[in-house]
Design a protein around this ligand. Structure first.
Ligand code: IMP
Ligand code: MG
Length: 184
């Protein structure tokens, strides 16, 4: 894997801006769900960093669960629209207040499928919290209650988002210069 300094076009969202916005989202969620219990469902793997930072700013009782979904073709950077659940929940969501936590909404196919599936399980409420929203790329409509940052149509990495499986660990969001990113 090449060093990210060789393909990063720019830092789109620095660490301090991410953390500030995430604390605001956590405070908003705490106000909106005051007096209730929350189940936050993280979509693996991109949503992990966001989930773990976000829940530190929530002061209602929170349970966490994980789902994994595959929508990209092998090695691809475009959602195929062909969404498969590769890891399902371990618990019932019936009568629970559920927030789906996502790293980014691009075409919307992934979340549209997850929402459709979870609605059939009769939660008390269900909504979406996404860190990033590439609204320009939307192909299917997805209701989003909480958005960290709207972003332009660029391929981004870091803070949970991967480029060919790496660099999820970076504390900021960077833009990939796809002319410079040459997989080995
Ligand atoms: P959608 O189904 O097209 O909305 O794709 C959503 C999923 O695609 C996200 O959960 C990410 O895993 C992935 N994704 C979309 N855009 C990017 C990007 O710019 N960088 C890294 N992953 C992305
Ligand atoms: Mg991904």
């Amino acid at each position: 894997m090449i060093d990210y300094h060789d393909f990063i076009a720019e830092v789109l969202i620095p660490e301090d801006s991410l953390q500030k916005r995430i604390s605001e989202l956590g405070e908003k969620i705490s106000r909106d769900y005051a007096g209730k219990e929350l189940l936050m469902i993280c979509i693996l793997r991109g949503g992990v960093m966001f989930l773990t930072d976000l829940i530190r700013h929530i002061d209602v009782p929170v349970a966490i669960e994980f789902m994994a979904v595959s929508s990209y073709g092998i090695g691809g950077r475009e959602s195929s629209g062909n969404v498969r659940i590769t890891l399902d929940l371990n618990c019932s969501i019936q009568d629970k207040h559920v927030i789906i936590v996502e790293d980014i909404i691009d075409s919307g196919h992934t979340l549209a499928s997850v929402i459709e599936l979870l609605q059939t399980r009769n939660p008390a409420s269900l909504c979406v919290c996404t860190l990033l929203d590439k609204a320009e790329r939307r192909e299917v409509d997805v209701p989003v209650k909480y958005t960290g940052f709207p972003i332009p149509n660029k391929f981004v990495f870091g803070y949970g988002l991967d480029i060919d499986d790496y660099y999820r660990n970076l504390p900021f969001i960077g833009v990939v210069d796809l002319d410079k990113f040459k997989p080995e």
